[in-house]
Design a protein around this ligand. Structure first.
Ligand code: JHZ
Length: 395
């Protein structure tokens, strides 16, 4: 039987975080076909075409994890849990971005790996020990030699961005102590399918893990999951607590219950993915009709949160600067640039939504609660949001 089954085609897409300068908007952009596959052997869901890490994660990378209160709170809560339950002597974070997680720890015990030098600098400036390099076995050997074994390795939204999973886990094994804990946090495939969030797929998200697929991969490296936390972060993420198989730590109930949930939903069966494809196609039709409905009434629509995810939605649904006037975003490196493929200007968020705006497309739908709290005035004056998950609607 064919191992990799292609089940969803999200069309021609630009690189999701490649925001354009004004002088680039009339030039041809680099595009690729975003096709999603299911591997019936190890149950892993991945995108078909990938790019080199250098092309995606370099010194122009615009994403900052500290741009939402929700993320900062989530990192802080995890840090409290780690200090209380694990009390590590040394912490290594793979993909430390602007230090939102590491900042919760003592500078002397933490090491951050962040290949995007522009982002890495932010943490380094605050005297944290950060290394502007890609995570691989060469670096792991250097770290092990210099700092010895590490008893806590954390990585959020990073491992799913690295193509060579073999090298990722080989490298982790080099530095993880025998009794050490590895904590991985990534979007949950189960929630992605349940909530129809097809925008979790873009060039950076090479994999969207399920428990079922991750456990299969980890087994090869004598690693196993002993606890899983379901988080509401990024539209539903899983936090996997992982140990070496020889470590006698008890496997907690949450692991079995995740397995039951995923099997019940059919994450191990290809039919589930073809059903998802149908829902995504319907979602597209519905979203397009919502935008048309608003435009036919001559309403002004803007976007809120120029996310990587929005790149997938807008390019798949072919919604561009003729429909959305501009995006608001708090990230300096995205402001005054144009969204990839759809060329919608990103404006600086100045603390409110202008009075002439009728509808706001929520690119950062994963921070809906935080944004609704902030935009009470807009809501009070009758302003409406357009959201695509779980089904496109105006709220
Ligand atoms: P956010 C990025 O995806 C890329 P994106 C990456 N591949 C990944 O996995 C995830 O992050 C973790 C803005 N905003 O977090 C800030 C406001 O303007 O959903 C951000 O630009 N006002 C590494 O880009 C964007 O929205 C606000 O009040 O999909 C949110 O991006 C808030 C809360 C956010 O990730």
């Amino acid at each position: 039987m064919k191992k990799k089954i292609e089940f969803l085609d999200l069309g021609q897409q630009p690189l999701a975080n490649y925001y354009l300068d004004k002088n680039q908007i009339n030039k041809k952009e680099r595009k690729y076909r975003l096709i999603i596959c299911f591997d019936n052997n190890n149950k892993l869901v991945s995108i078909k075409k990938t790019f080199s890490s250098k092309m995606m994660f370099n010194n122009k990378y615009p994403y900052r994890s500290s741009m939402s209160k929700t993320m900062k709170r989530s990192f802080k809560n995890l840090a409290v849990q780690i200090k209380k339950k694990i009390n590590p002597k040394k912490i290594l974070e793979i993909g430390s971005n602007d230090g939102s997680f590491l900042k919760n720890f003592n500078k002397n015990i933490s090491i951050g790996i962040e290949p995007c030098a522009n982002v890495e600098k932010i943490t380094k400036k605050q005297k944290f020990n950060t290394i502007p390099k890609y995570w691989n076995s060469k670096l792991a050997k250097i770290i092990e030699k210099k700092y010895g074994k590490i008893d806590l390795i954390y990585s959020a939204n990073t491992i799913s961005h690295i193509k060579d999973l073999n090298d990722v886990f080989k490298s982790i094994k080099i530095v993880l102590s025998d009794n050490g804990t590895l904590i991985l946090e990534d979007p949950s495939l189960l929630e992605c399918l349940k909530r129809n969030t097809y925008d979790q797929f873009y060039n950076e998200h090479i994999y969207v893990f399920s428990y079922l697929s991750l456990k299969n991969i980890l087994k090869k490296y004598n690693l196993e999951i002993y606890k899983i936390e379901n988080l509401n972060i990024h539209g539903g993420s899983n936090r996997y607590f992982i140990k070496k198989i020889n470590n006698k730590k008890k496997i907690e109930k949450s692991v079995r219950s995740q397995q039951i949930k995923e099997k019940k939903y059919g994450l191990d069966k290809k039919i589930t993915y073809f059903k998802f494809k149908k829902r995504v196609e319907n979602s597209r039709k519905k979203l397009i009709s919502i935008f048309k409905f608003c435009k036919d009434k001559n309403k002004k629509i803007i976007g809120y949160g120029a996310t990587a995810k929005a790149t997938t939605i807008l390019n798949y649904c072919k919604i561009d600067n003729k429909t959305i006037d501009y995006f608001l975003d708090t990230t300096k490196d995205k402001q005054n640039k144009y969204t990839p493929g759809t060329k919608i200007k990103v404006e600086k968020y100045k603390g409110f939504i202008n009075k002439d705006v009728d509808y706001v497309f929520l690119g950062a739908w994963n921070f809906k609660e935080e944004i609704f709290k902030k935009e009470k005035k807009f809501i009070k004056r009758g302003g409406k949001f357009i959201i695509h998950t779980p089904n496109p609607k105006i709220i």
